[in-house]
Write a protein that binds this ligand. Sequence first.
Ligand code: SR1
Ligand code: MG
Length: 421
Amino acid sequence: MTGKFEALSVETLPKRLGANEALTERIGKDAGQWKVREVGDGNLNLVFIVEGDRGAAVVKQALPYVRLVGDSWPLPLKRSFFEYHALTRQERRAPGSVPAIYHFDEDQALIVMEYLSPHIILRRALIEGRELPNIARDIGLFMARTLFRGSDLSMVTRERKADLALFADNVELCDITENLVFSDPYFDAEMNRHTSPQLDGLVAELRADRDLKVEAQRLKHLFAANAETLLHGDLHSGSIMVIDTETRMIDPEFAFYGPIAFDVGMLLANFWMAFFSQRGHEENGSRDSMRAYLLEVTAETWAIFRAEFSHLWRTERTGMLYQRSLFEDQGDVLGSEQALDHMLSGIWTDLLGFAGIEVHRRILGLAHNADFETIADADLRANCEAKALKFGRHIAVNRRQIHSIDEVNTLAALIEQENRI
Ligand code: SR1
Ligand code: MG
């Protein structure tokens, strides 16, 4: 299928992809028998599950506009190209962590990939109160491996620069993040919304908070100017699919070269939001254990990330940064460890900033998350959101004075215990 872009539909897919070998090999040749469902529940794309007599596959297709908003907001199809290239790199750098790719059609902005079943979206699992045993390990490893191996700590610098140039063209998706995450939440931007009138006072306070606005812009600067590694770019709990024994990262269409701390901060923010939203999903203290679990997951994810990043630093540091010739080869292992500590502590400080801002944008901006949105009682929802906002503000503005994840989690638990904000 080549030529002019045309959006697929449940009805047209079998006819248009019926001769695609990547699909027929996996799901069966008789396209007339295929069952097709459109299941896309994200903000941007079409996602079809196609089942035949031999198996199933996913067909993901970009639309030339933002699905959440409509065709008044055009968005380049090229995001599918970036997603495809990010997935191939992630699979190389963290094998088994993303869906297998069967086929990519650039003209049709379409990726045919592995159907993960019975996996569900992590966000949904956390809303349901499921305590998945392996997510901290799996996501911590994924982040450390992809972020380390996509940087000048590991790559041949010529190849990294070529890759940097390739992903630098993902301008419009970066623009979404630059506006929706770092700026819009802090003024009365057109597409913003929040739980009103319950949060009106707090929202006005945050938008008048000079320290917070300055910090958000410093983080935006870091995001835009620190092309440190190939990021997933949108690593939240809606971009992860799980079963108890397996975790897979999906949807890296926002991939570009940015600061390591961005992916880690976004991800942890989504665990902290899941934590603050639990009160809205519980009956009679039934989520006490889930709350404890979520805080443990944040601590474990960060610990695994640190440990794996450190391991890669010691064993795979082949890039142009902090060369072994300056340290280990001269017997100066302590120098290399000092540099590692310095790097990890920078990532820590910055991830707190990114996490705080991510919490804010999911409550004040355009793209909210189901953790809070599925709380039907607006007063209860606002109460959960207000606590999260207060937490986000604290960790973003005070990030240089916070030195451990236990400190952050103690703060989260204290704020969560408060009755009203
Ligand atoms: C208009 S797109 C809104 C959000 O959806 C995506 O998943 C990203 O998180 C983006 O910020
Ligand atoms: Mg997405």
